[in-house]
Every structure is written in structure tokens, then in C-alpha cells.
Design a protein around this ligand. Structure first.
Ligand SMILES: [Mg+2]
Length: 325
């Protein structure tokens, strides 16, 4: 038995991967479990039917699938997996006693990422599974880079487009009130011109962190969607008002007490907030709500700044400005 390739194993095991093994013969399941159980979470089951249920429950990172099984065979299960929106992305490796090239071709054509014939060599099974887990690790990393802003480590505009719609749809189904809005750093261009972009980046990171923490306490989220512009949403709370939550965000920034001498010697870095309180409904869309939030932000930017403008949209799309104490 070959030892694990240390580097490959180290990288692949940075996450706690789950391997789902489906085979009607207990002895095969035992062997597979013995190969992987020390390094990964192994789930074993003896039929295609159970395998499908476990795939749904466990959301495994990879599936090792036998072909010849009573009732439903591995090829049939594979077709079901590929048709299911939550399971179609999971890589499947067939491990089978079928030796014909035609069977191998069929397995690969059905979408398997690999095909291993029994009796198998332990080292080869381990190496092939590790290779696929490493590909998964890299894919997850790419996905993370694509959805997060490297400066502030906040989710980015692309992630906003996904998550805000998801939240909108669930709140619409539940008929629960939400708050959507935009936060913009006041006089940020002047800050960058005066202190330099490097210091400007430090400020953006601090502001991102403090508002993220403030919103997190209320089940909300913040996204970096432009240079100094952040989008956010949070569900309406029973125990406090929207105005209180927004004021907490606003004050969390002034409490950082970051000097902004480009304006005057007593000035501190601050933000302006435009926000809309709404129960998602058929008469409006998330895009329209964000457009309204942008208009509220514009009002603040053209007056005092370091302030909030909040509007309630009722189900008939009527606008009700809400006072911020
Ligand atoms: Mg079998």
C-alpha cells in the first residue's frame, strides 16, 4: 500500500471532505472505508435508493458508485443524480467489476469523472480520489475569489446579485419585511487625495468590518458593490426599529474616530445611508427598490451627509418617508 502523497493529502484535507460510497457488497464498503476513514468523513450504503437519500442529506464532495446492484443499478442512479439540481455537480467515480470498454464508455458518457475496475489497487483508488478532491478544492477557491472582494473580504457585487434575489424571494414567500440599502463613504475622494490610496484602503477595510459586525447582530449582510459603496439588507426586527439598526451602523463608523483633515481638522470619516423598508411583493422588484435606495442616498449626499434617509414602500408601492431621530 502506497502512503498518502503528503502534499496532495495536506491540500485536499484542508476541508473535511465527505465521501459517499455505494456498493451492495459489505466487503467492498469495508475496504473503501478502511482506505479513507482516517482522512475523510466516509458514508457507506448498500443500495442505490439509500445512496440517493444520503446524497441529498449529506451533500457529499464525491461519490464512489458500484454499477451492478439489485433493484436499481449504478448507471440508473447516475442518471437520477445528474437530473437533480442539488446533486448534479457532485463528481462520481464508478468502481465496478464490469470490464468491457463499452461499460466504461457508458459510465463516462453518463457524466462520471472516473471509472475504476475491480479488483482495484488501494493506492490507485486513493490517488484518483485525492486528485478529484484537489480539483474540488481549487474549484471552491476560484468560486470564492469570484464572489468576494479581496480588499475588504466582503462578498462582492456578483454575490449581491445572487443573494439579494434569494432573500427577496424567500421574504416574498414568507411575507416578511426587509430593509435594503446603500452605504457610501463621505468625501472619500478627498480622503484618498489627502492621505493616499493605501490609507484609503485601510479606512475601507475598517468601515466594512464595523458595519458587517453591526448588521450581523441583526441577521443582515453587507456587500462591496463599488469603490466606496456598500449594499446591504437585513430582516425587520421585532425588538428594535429599522431606524435604530441604521443609526447603529452610522455611529459604528463615527466611533472609529478616523480623522479626515481634508475637510477640516475636527472632521471624522463618516458614511451616508439610503434605505428602503419593504415587504417584497408582485408590484416591485429588488432593482426598483435599490433604485429608490440610491435616490434616498442622493438626498443625504446633497445635504448634511453622515445621516440616513429611510423610506417605507407599502404593498401598493406608495412611499412613506420615515423619520430618523
Ligand atoms: Mg455490486
Amino acid at each position: 500500500m502506497q502512503p498518502f502523497n503528503k502534499e496532495g493529502h495536506r491540500r485536499a484535507s484542508e476541508q473535511n471532505y465527505t465521501i459517499l460510497c455505494i456498493d451492495d457488497e459489505s466487503v467492498n464498503l469495508k475496504v473503501l472505508a478502511s482506505i479513507f476513514k482516517d482522512h475523510y468523513n466516509v458514508v457507506a450504503c448498500k443500495s442505490a435508493k439509500q445512496g440517493f437519500q444520503h446524497a441529498l442529506q449529506e451533500n457529499p464532495d464525491i461519490i464512489l458508485l458500484d454499477v451492478l446492484m439489485p433493484e436499481e443499478n449504478g448507471f440508473e442512479l447516475m442518471e437520477k443524480l445528474k437530473q437533480h439540481p442539488k446533486l448534479s455537480h457532485i463528481p462520481v467515480i464508478f468502481i465496478t467489476g464490469l470490464q468491457d470498454a463499452e461499460d466504461e464508455e457508458k459510465g463516462l458518457m453518463l457524466g462520471a469523472c472516473d471509472y475504476i475496475q475491480k479488483p482495484f489497487n488501494y493506492g490507485i483508488v486513493r490517488a484518483r480520489v485525492n486528485t478529484h478532491l484537489e480539483i474540488i478544492r481549487q474549484r471552491n477557491l476560484l468560486q470564492k475569489f469570484a464572489l468576494f472582494d479581496s480588499l475588504t473580504e466582503l462578498p462582492n457585487r456578483r454575490k449581491w446579485l445572487q443573494d439579494s434575489v434569494d432573500y427577496w424571494m424567500s421574504a416574498k414567500t414568507a411575507q416578511s419585511a426587509m430593509v435594503y440599502g446603500i452605504i457610501d463613504v463621505d468625501h472619500f475622494k478627498k480622503y484618498n487625495d489627502y492621505y493616499g490610496h493605501q490609507q484609503g484602503d485601510v479606512v475601507l477595510r475598517k468601515i466594512a468590518n464595523t458595519i458587517k459586525r453591526a448588521l450581523f447582530n441583526y441577521g443582515g449582510a453587507i456587500f462591496r458593490c463599488g469603490g466606496e459603496e456598500f449594499y446591504f439588507y437585513f430582516p425587520m426586527e421585532k425588538n428594535t426599529t429599522t431606524a435604530n439598526i441604521l443609526t447603529t451602523c452610522l455611529h459604528s463608523v463615527t466611533q472609529l474616530a478616523i480623522p479626515h483633515h481634508a475637510i477640516n481638522t475636527s472632521c471624522r470619516v463618516s458614511v451616508s445611508i439610503g434605505a428602503i423598508q419593504v415587504i417584497p411583493n408582485e408590484n416591485t422588484s429588488i432593482e426598483q427598490v435599490m433604485q429608490q435606495a440610491d435616490e434616498r442616498l442622493y438626498l443625504v449626499k446633497n445635504s448634511t451627509r453622515n445621516a440616513i434617509s429611510l423610506l417605507e414602500l407599502n404593498p401598493n408601492n406608495q412611499q412613506i418617508p420615515l423619520d430618523i431621530a
